[in-house]
Design a protein around this ligand. Structure first.
Ligand code: NZQ
Ligand code: ZN
Length: 394
């Protein structure tokens, strides 16, 4: 069993009236001048943005706003945010939106306190010493950034998407009102659930299988998300099931399902090249890669794939043929992806055949010019990455 530190400092304020507390929470965590950062349209259309601004105003908190964050958030907007925060003397960043808005906020928060180019942090060339505090009013359960230590930014110059993790970027608080997720389109709902299940699977498919409680928790999260998603696709205003999904998204990525085990993250790294190159929805990109990754690596820990098939996907255990059981589990997962409208290969994801040149380019980027490996269950070299992309082409 792996030793571990479990650090989940984010205050979660969950429920129908949760956003009413926004001003008092900002004050509690030291904010006096806030950047309210948001996305394209949804928070404006729903009236949430106006409500948050009104509550800050009523609470006597000064703020400036910056919208325009797009999925796969761009470095250029984050740099605009850094300039704005410096000019306005901002000391707290409040993200109103999903993973993209929160990640853009984290990037701005690093950049304001950093003398050089903030991209160097994502390139691994510089280590930030401090950052502004970040918090969120979450509108889409998916990326888990509301409690995570990670942020993922796309540099338009070269379409490079890179993540950076640092515990100090874990948000101070997360306001989660499941009613705010009623307006999510089915595709975003499904992609979000796919992402949170994947955050659990990245930790579940491990070489360490002696931390039983973590494994039990992970299976419960996956099973619950897989049933709740059908209820909310049928009835988008099902509060009870939206709430399961909203809380599930945070538990899937706040470290709980990774205690005592080594995590993998190869599927995520392979996917980041897809969303970097084709600007696809992250969760859908994961569904397009995972079945191929799973078939490629399953012999590294076959019994774990059998356990997944039986305990999560309800496949009958063929004790005489564990490989067949494991494959049935992967096939059942593919049926689940299709049932919620997700792709199971790259062709379904981007709507055309991917070319050999594109696969080579993604392999080059994913392996950082053939210098880096990814994954843990099986450590993937560049040739393995290329093989998985080819298996996934569809
Ligand atoms: O821009 P608006 O109009 O708000 O529309 C958004 C966006 O188009 C829409 N949306 C959000 N809340 C809504 C809504 N539409 C209607 N009603 C609502 N209540 O949903 C779309 C997707 O939003 P986005 O923030 O991009 O989604 P998500 O939370 O999935 O974030 C994806 C990003 O997070 C990164 C991904 O790579 C991707 O860039 N990740 C971040 C992680 C982290 N920081 O820990 C981990 C993840 O693995 C992931 O890599
Ligand atoms: Zn993810």
């Amino acid at each position: 069993m792996k030793d571990f530190n479990y650090y989940a400092p984010t205050e979660v304020v969950f429920g129908k009236e949760s956003e009413e507390q926004v001003a008092q929470l900002v004050k509690k965590y030291g904010g006096t001048k806030v950047l309210v950062h948001y996305g394209g349209k949804s928070a404006v259309r729903s009236g949430l943005l106006d409500k948050i601004c009104g509550l800050l105003r009523d609470g006597g908190i000064e703020f400036v706003t910056l919208g325009g964050v797009v999925p796969n958030p761009r470095l250029s907007l984050a740099k605009e945010g850094i300039d704005l925060c410096r000019k306005e003397g901002v000391d707290f960043i409040l993200a109103v939106g999903g993973g993209s808005v929160i990640d853009s906020s984290k990037c701005i928060a690093y950049g304001v306190c950093f003398k050089g180019d903030v991209w160097d942090i994502y390139l691994g060339k510089a280590e930030p010493k401090c950052m502004l505090p970040v918090a969120s009013v979450l509108t889409i359960p998916a990326a888990g950034s509301e409690m995570s230590e990670a942020s993922v930014i796309t540099n338009e110059d070269g379409d490079v998407k890179l993540g950076y993790s640092n515990n100090m970027s874990r948000p101070k608080f997360a306001i989660m009102n499941p009613c705010r997720t009623f307006t999510l389109p089915p595709y975003q709902t499904a992609a979000g659930v796919t992402d949170m299940i994947m955050h659990t699977m990245e930790r579940y498919f491990t070489i360490d299988d002696d931390m039983d409680l973590t494994t039990d928790l992970a299976e419960a999260v996956m099973r619950r998300m897989m049933t709740a998603v059908f209820d909310v696709l049928k009835n988008p205003e099902d509060y009870r099931q939206r709430a399961q999904i909203m809380w599930g998204g945070s538990l899937a990525h706040n470290g709980l399902t990774g205690c005592g085990v080594s995590d993998d993250w190869a599927t995520h790294q392979l996917e980041h090249e897809l969303s970097g190159m084709f600007d696809v929805t992250h969760g859908a990109g994961l569904a397009a890669i995972w079945p191929s990754w799973a078939r490629y690596v399953m012999h590294q820990n076959l019994s774990r794939f059998v356990r997944f098939a039986v305990n999560v996907m309800n496949v009958p255990n063929d004790f005489a043929n564990p490989e067949a059981t494991a494959i049935k589990g992967i096939e059942a997962m593919e049926r689940f992806y299709h049932a919620i409208g997700m792709p199971i290969n790259i062709k379904e994801l981007i709507g055309r055949d991917i070319t050999d040149d594109e696969i080579r380019e993604m392999t080059r980027k994913c392996s950082r010019d053939y210098q880096h490996t990814c994954g843990c269950l099986k450590v993937l070299k560049a040739e393995d990455m290329e093989a998985i992309y080819k298996l996934a082409r569809g």
